[in-house]
Ligand binder design. Structure first.
Ligand code: HXC
Length: 258
């Protein structure tokens, strides 16, 4: 497996984990780290033996944001010409489910990275926020859009305009995270979720993720039509036949991911 400088990639059966690893900078998302996360995730996404990917940081910080020191000297022209942060869109296009396991700070780009993921599991120490406004900028990796869709306008405006940080409990009440667990069991919980998903039929999982994501991009009527046609298409899968046969035979299914 490729060796990286800012992340650690591990495999466990049909799952993989990408661990952000810039501890001295609280996993601040500099360009090198971004390139590595995107490269690792797209490589794993192309590997049909990977059914789910966990993205995590350290106990103290998932990621404390984009790297402010790297950005400080940049001009408008630099940002525009390099289309700064655009590579993160390639992570959002990954078809394999992404599970964010968040402990400690998930601020700015860190919160945005967690929101690119499909399932967000937080430790009870997690702190979420979009403090860009305190630096004289605004979110740049989708925060103004994904946070608003996740928790609604009132709360998104509150966080983005004041830059305040919220606890894991408040994030769960707001609908930003799906579960809050004790810090000590965060990775075990995320890994259990990843293994559970990875045991499902891979094409059915891709289709389910695509259908849910379509709800952010379409009207209800269009979204329901997309879901119905995709549901019909699952009847072409060997795994659909196996899943329903196993149910009637009262045994666990043996999916072949076809
Ligand atoms: C670069 C960072 C960093 C960041 C922390 N560090 N966050 N470096 N970019 N986003 C570095 C610190 O400079 C310091 O390095 C080391 O990590 C430890 O951080 P401390 O501040 O000493 O730790 P602590 O006192 O515990 O405070 C933790 C913290 C604070 C509350 C998370 O670090 C902080 O406020 N960070 C910035 C959070 C933020 O504003 N994020 C949004 C960034 S903008 P040294 O070398 O000094 O020891 C963004 C959106 C981009 O993400 C899109 C628009 C452009």
């Amino acid at each position: 497996m490729t060796s990286y400088e800012n992340i650690i990639v591990t495999r466990d059966r049909r799952t993989a984990t990408i661990t952000l690893n810039r501890p001295k900078a609280l996993n601040a998302l500099n360009e090198a780290l971004m390139v590595e996360v995107v490269e690792a995730a797209t490589t794993l996404d192309a590997d049909r033996s990977v059914g789910a990917i966990v993205i995590t940081g350290s106990e103290r910080a998932f990621a404390a944001g984009a790297d402010i020191k790297e950005m400080a000297a940049q001009s408008y022209q630099d940002m525009y010409l390099s289309d700064w942060f655009t590579a993160w869109d390639r992570l959002a296009a990954v078809r394999t489910p992404l599970i964010a396991a968040v402990s400690g700070y998930a601020l700015g780009g860190g919160c945005e990275l967690a929101m690119i993921c499909d399932i967000l599991i937080a430790s009870d120490t997690a702190k979420f926020g979009q403090p860009e406004i305190t630096l004289g900028v605004i979110p740049g990796i989708g925060g103004s859009q994904r946070l608003t869709r996740a928790i609604g306008k009132a709360k998104a405006m509150d966080l983005i305009l004041t830059g305040r940080t919220i606890s894991a409990d408040e994030a769960e009440r707001a609908g930003l995270v799906s579960r809050v667990v004790p810090a000590a069991s965060l990775l075990a919980e995320a890994s259990e979720v990843a293994h559970k998903i990875a045991e499902m039929s891979l094409p059915a999982v891709y289709a389910a993720k695509e259908a849910v994501n379509r709800s952010f991009e379409s009207t209800l009527t269009e979204g329901i039509l997309f879901e119905r046609r995709t549901f019909h298409a699952t009847f072409a899968l060997d795994d659909r036949t196996e899943g329903m046969t196993a149910f009637t035979e009262k045994r666990p299914p043996k999916f072949t991911h076809h």
